[in-house]
Design a protein around this ligand. Structure first.
Ligand code: 7TS
Length: 409
């Protein structure tokens, strides 16, 4: 008889399970309170209190002030496109001296939007990361020009390595130079404290599905008084900043998910971090492995590991067959056979760049899953190295009962 394998989900940087409480809170807004919030009748107006509560939760989640704007977007790709293209229209298009400053390790939705703006004639500089894999204030100081730089866009935490960037210092450098600062905080919300009261960002983007909310909704914080040409023109929703009927059920879900993500930060810091460290120790106990980035500089849930002699893709397939879901890096780039650009930017050799595997945990990951994953990862590494032509330190694969995947016969 074929047994169903208990799958272990370690790809939470790609997306997360919707918290059952979030799903429950959304439910009435699909079937009972389904009005368009812009309608004047009761169906429209009765959803307003729930929307206000959701927005309040989002504002307090990131410590935004009432005069700031947070606009609801369809995802973080939209928010990031909005900031980059908006600033291009506002400051760059008609002034050939102006440029945009970003990094070599942004998510493709920043890098590819910048490449598109370059095709329209904009100047973009992609700052290299330092030996720790981050952009420090000195690097930014070397690249920023108060009269030339229109916008600096640096992520809060990297999706592949989990490395946390010193955004407060970076934002302060931008303030001193009178330059706008945007941060993609997609991988930071729910993992580390994110406060726009502490960090003087002008624009900040996030996405609900990375913190146990639904897919297809996100947010863009715009500091009080900042101009930003809309990306989507149409009706007057969101004060004219973003047209389109607001997705009420998803907004309700995002609000609750944000509140829960912030409440759960101590759990993330204590429990998830411990589980991550346990898995990381187990990976590092396998010969010829490495993990990118110092632990203390990373979000508590992420490991980007490399297993010498094993193609990342091959290991993903093998692990998947054994019930462990991981990724070779950003799912958005996984179709590409090019080496992982984050690895390349970090100066990691081409051979190692092909062997990266990302394991990312969440508050739903259990200690039992981590123990099981540790065993399955070791077996997979041994199995794949035994058939690898490029791995010299070959050892026999474990055979016999113990080698059966997931304990199945
Ligand atoms: N920015 C960062 C830093 C991300 O990690 C992602 C998704 C996005 C933006 C896009 O978010 P969305 O709301 O538009 O989906 N990152 C990944 C990943 O690392 N693997 O799969 C998706």
């Amino acid at each position: 008889m074929k047994h169903e394998i208990e799958r272990i989900y370690l790809d939470n940087n790609a997306t997360t399970i919707v918290d059952p409480r979030v799903r429950e809170a959304m439910e009435p807004f699909f079937t009972r309170h389904y009005g368009n919030p812009n309608s004047l009748h009761g169906f429209g107006t009765e959803v307003h209190p729930a929307m206000r509560l959701a927005m309040d939760r989002i504002y307090s989640g990131i410590h935004a002030g009432d005069q700031d704007d947070i606009i609801v977007t369809s995802c973080a790709c939209e928010g990031n496109n909005h900031v980059l293209k908006g600033v291009y229209f506002d400051l760059v298009r008609d002034d050939p001296r102006k440029e945009i400053l970003t990094t070599q390790v942004e998510h493709p939705c920043v890098r590819n939007t910048c490449a598109f703006l370059e095709s329209l004639g904009a100047a973009v500089t992609y700052m290299p990361v330092n030996a720790d894999g981050i952009i420090d204030a000195d690097t930014l100081r070397r690249h920023i020009h108060p009269d030339r730089t229109a916008l600096v866009s640096v992520m809060w935490a990297n999706n592949e390595t989990g490395l946390i960037f010193p955004v407060r210092e970076l934002a302060e450098v931008c303030r001193e130079n009178g330059v706008l600062f945007h941060t993609d905080a997609v991988q930071a919300i729910g993992k580390v404290p994110v406060s726009v009261a502490d960090v003087p960002v002008d624009f900040l983007t996030f996405s609900a599905h990375k913190f146990h909310g639904p897919k297809g909704i996100g947010g863009l914080f715009i500091r009080k008084g900042r101009k930003l040409t809309p990306l989507i023109h149409g009706g007057e929703q969101m004060g004219g900043r973003r047209a389109g009927t607001i997705n009420v059920p998803y907004l309700v879900g995002m609000g609750l998910a944000m509140e829960m993500a912030v409440d759960q930060l101590p759990y993330e810091e204590n429990v998830v971090r411990r589980l991550r460290d346990r898995l990381e120790d187990a990976i590092l106990a396998i010969p010829d492995t490495l993990v990118v980035g110092r632990r203390e500089l990373r979000t508590p849930n992420t490991i980007l590991a490399s297993f010498r002699g094993i193609e990342g893709e091959a290991m993903i397939w093998d692990l998947n067959a054994g019930g462990v879901a991981a990724s070779t890096g950003s799912a958005c780039a996984s179709e590409s056979l090019e080496p992982n650009p984050t690895f390349v930017a970090m100066g990691i050799s081409n051979e190692l760049a092909h062997t990266g595997i990302r394991f990312s945990l969440s508050r739903f990951t259990t200690a039992e899953e981590i123990e099981r994953a540790a065993v399955l990862i070791r077996r997979s590494a041994e199995r794949l190295r035994a058939i690898s032509s490029s791995y010299e330190g070959k050892k026999p694969v474990t055979t016999g009962k113990g080698a059966n995947r997931n304990g199945q016969e």
